[in-house]
Design a protein around this ligand. Sequence first.
Ligand code: ATP
Ligand code: MG
Length: 420
Amino acid sequence: MNKLKAIRGMRDVLPDETPMWQWLEKKFRHMAYRYGYQEMRLPLLEPVSLFERAVGEATDIVSKEMYNFLDKNGEHITLRPEGTSGCMRAVLENNMCYNKTQRLWYQGPMFRYERPQKGRLRQFTQFGAEAFGMAGADVDAELIFMVRDLFRELGILNHVRLEINSLGTLEERKAHRRELIKWFEQHRTLLDEDSLARLEVNPLRILDSKNPEMQQMIEQAPRLLDYLHEESRNHFETLCLMLDRAGIAYQINPRLVRGLDYYTRSVFEWITDALGSQGTVCGGGRYDGLAQLFSDKPLPASGFAIGIERLLLLIQTVTQNDHPDWHCRPDAVITSELDDDGVQALLLAESLRHENGALNILVDCSGARLKKQHQTALKTHCRYIITLNNDGEIRLWDLTDNAQITTDKKQLVDQLSKRH
Ligand code: ATP
Ligand code: MG
């Protein structure tokens, strides 16, 4: 028989990993709360056209990475590859920015048909924050502050670096693009196949190339930063100033272009060197032009997304995969040698849970012999083993000091609260 397997690039999060996920999710939620961001829960399925328009047809995501299909009505549907476009759709559709601004966050799975490898999956999870209706560099800085706070809280701030750039406005990009194409045309012989394909559709992305033979030529290519007009330049300088004032170290990387078409002005990435080439743990920026692709009213916006699987890989590397909050141990395991189909053990657990709502109690329902039950209980690293004996007594075994006492149902609760 063929073995059943998960789809390539899609992985299970097993119970020994979920405490770590829950710990991280709690940190995200708390960070969002402290900065006044509210949670959005968005659909996993969206119309294909949303991303074709928003992310851009010339991007890797839309041109080759989307999970598209026709639904029973013949509509073109896709599994969302990212969260920003859906968030913008929801904000506009629900008229959420009528006379007000919004600070929002979301978390959930994203889908991209990419080659699976370390830190790159086909189903992965993003935590994202988006701020709508605010055009200034202060909000861009706030988003970066948030991530800095989170990374500090997670103990990884010293293992990531911040790179920033400005992609200007559409008009500024157009002027730069003309010069950029000219430059690449002059050095056409140096361009690889990928870059030749990008030359007409998305020349900015050539700057992103990792091909070592092209590096020198790319270094000398016209810099978008030199094509910014006063307003964009001021915006960028204000952002830099605020980062300086907040004591956030950063590098200006004129080649940072991000893989999505919708960005304008500020863009940033938090990068680690600890994970090989999949080093970007957070990417974000401003996307003031996006709303106008869907509505006639402009709506400035800015945001970021963090790849949770990559972030967890980094945290595990840095902490050597050990953290007190990542274990889920039962407080007590109830074992029994009574020949009663497990009735007494189950009822004892119920009354203990009733008396103390904080206890995590596991009942051994295996039907195994007592010795085996104890062996199993010890493997859970529980604090107590409680045993219902044949002679009607209850034994409480405290594994922290190895004390064993005999007690009865009534005293057991007192004993537990005295020790706990
Ligand atoms: P990369 O350059 O690594 O392909 P990207 O620019 O495509 O990243 P974004 O679309 O900006 O990434 O997504 C934000 C974050 O989501 C990334 O920084 C990364 O942490 C995470 N991410 C993106 N694609 C994947 C993937 N296939 N598997 C796991 N995480 C991913
Ligand atoms: Mg990518």
